[in-house]
Design a protein around this ligand. Structure first.
Ligand SMILES: Cc1cc2nc3c(=O)[nH]c(=O)nc-3n(C[C@H](O)[C@H](O)[C@H](O)COP(=O)(O)O)c2cc1C
Length: 211
């Protein structure tokens, strides 16, 4: 069992990483493998809505997004971390997730559906809950069970040292790791007991408000 921890911050070892590392600790204690994926700090191309992924099964821009979706096919769960920028997730991670969640399921297998996911955010002071709302939307759209902790998944700090002083935030992260591990074990037990993944209707109905 493996959980991918995606660091959406431009800081490889900053506050977001510190929060994700606390989740990784309790996942590992519960026997779950963890792997970090840092999206890096190069300019992140946004989705240009070209529809190319529908034809070729991956994003037309060959960068960290396609590397990630390939790795994601082997993962059993995900925790996405973002610093809060103007009360939302940071822009690079938004472009990254737009493209990963749009193109990934058009590839050879869906890397996300029915795998548990959670978002964690790091802020100096405010805007955490709106950033979390935004990130959780990807999981809810993609049929991913969203894992909860004992509060909303946030830490506060401008530096990793400050995050390490946010005792409540760190506890929330540790509990999130345990809850994710528990869910993964339940899912595996269900699979070995013969409980199949839910059936999907073959044709996806897509309407808008005028037709
Ligand atoms: C462009 C920008 C916008 C930010 N907006 C907010 C904000 O709305 N609320 C807040 O509390 N902190 C804000 N911050 C501070 C970061 O969210 C905070 O320092 C975070 O913990 C950094 O995480 P990192 O070390 O993983 O990058 C902002 C920082 C930047 C660079």
């Amino acid at each position: 069992m493996k959980v991918l921890l995606i660091n959406g911050s431009p800081h490889e070892k900053g506050c977001t990483y510190t929060a994700l590392s606390e989740c990784a600790k309790t996942l590992q204690e519960a026997g779950v493998e963890t792997e970090f994926f840092w999206i890096g700090r190069k300019p992140m191309q946004g989705c240009v809505a070209c529809g190319g992924c529908t034809r070729i099964g991956k994003c037309v821009f060959q960068d960290a997004v396609n590397d990630f979706t390939e790795q994601a096919r082997q993962a059993d769960g995900f925790i996405f971390g973002s610093p809060v920028y103007y009360s939302g997730m940071n822009g690079s991670l938004m472009s990254f997730m737009d493209r990963a969640f749009f193109s990934g399921p058009r590839g050879k297998s869906n890397p996300f559906a029915f795998k548990p996911a959670a978002a964690v955010v790091s802020a100096r002071r405010a805007g955490t809950t709106s950033a979390l709302d935004q990130m959780n939307k990807y999981f809810l759209h993609g049929q991913m069970p969203v894992i909860a902790s004992r509060y909303w998944n946030m830490v506060h700090g401008n530096t990793p040292e400050e995050v390490m002083r946010d005792e409540e935030g760190l506890q929330i992260m540790r509990q999130l790791g345990r809850n994710m591990a528990w869910f993964l074990k339940l899912k595996a037990a269900g699979e070995s007991a013969g409980i199949p993944l839910p059936e999907q209707e073959e044709t996806r109905i897509a309407t808008n408000f005028i037709r």
